[in-house]
Design a protein around this ligand. Structure first.
Ligand code: GDP
Length: 194
């Protein structure tokens, strides 16, 4: 593993956002959805923390990859110890980032393939949609954990829902499948060539 992913900055307020000098890709989702693992796989690094302790609730973490793009790691949501009313509304820092950031290319909203879209994911997606629309990409994670035909059928249903009801592009991924990661990387790098 090389360390082409470099920590740039952790930001707690909109005034401290870094200069808009590289295209940015945001990763977001419920705590434990597999966000850090996916960031590490896509960037072939291990810098994004994989941890079950949902300590970070409010900051945005910026990484720079090969001096070509930035990865923005959003705080996981849906952690049960945080009162729901604090979570259902996108907070000031996140909203401000989403509204003002011209270099934002795509936001990957991660959904655990075993659980599908929960109410909180739909709520976040609804709010995101009003700000970003076509920049949202749904990414189902941990698909290697779908063992039986029924689970796989559910994933197809969830894919269909994303496509036909929410009108979003989607990826089905597992960090254990290099082809899934390859396709996601390809999508990401192709978007900065255009
Ligand atoms: P985060 O809280 O969203 O950053 O989630 P993590 O990346 O820390 O992952 C949570 C747990 O899911 C960890 O134990 C990971 O090893 C595991 N995990 C993440 N992605 C996958 C995957 O694609 N397949 C499997 N089987 N486990 C995964």
């Amino acid at each position: 593993m090389n360390e082409n992913l470099k920590f740039l900055k952790e930001v707690f307020e909109p005034e401290s956002l870094p200069e808009e000098s590289l295209p940015e890709f945001v990763f977001w989702g419920r705590s434990n959805v597999g966000k850090s693992s996916l960031i590490n796989s896509i960037t072939k690094s291990k810098i994004a923390k994989t941890s079950k302790t949902p300590g970070r609730t409010r900051s945005l973490v910026f990484f720079e990859y090969e001096k070509r793009i930035r990865i923005v790691d959003f705080p996981g949501y849906g952690y049960s110890k945080i009162p729901k009313f604090n979570e259902l509304k996108i907070d000031r820092l996140i909203e401000s980032y989403l509204r003002q950031r011209k270099v934002l290319k795509f936001i990957f909203l991660l959904i655990d393939a075993r659980h599908g879209m929960k109410d909180i994911d739909k709520n976040i997606l609804y709010q995101l949609d009003k700000i970003l629309g076509s920049k949202i990409v749904i990414t189902f994670t941990k698909i290697d954990k779908l063992k039986n035909q029924f689970d796989k059928q559910c994933l197809l249903q969830n894919n269909k829902q994303v496509n036909e009801i929410f009108h979003k592009t989607f990826f089905n991924t597992s960090i254990k499948n290099s082809n899934d990661i390859f396709l996601l990387r390809k999508f990401l790098f192709k978007s900065i060539e255009e």
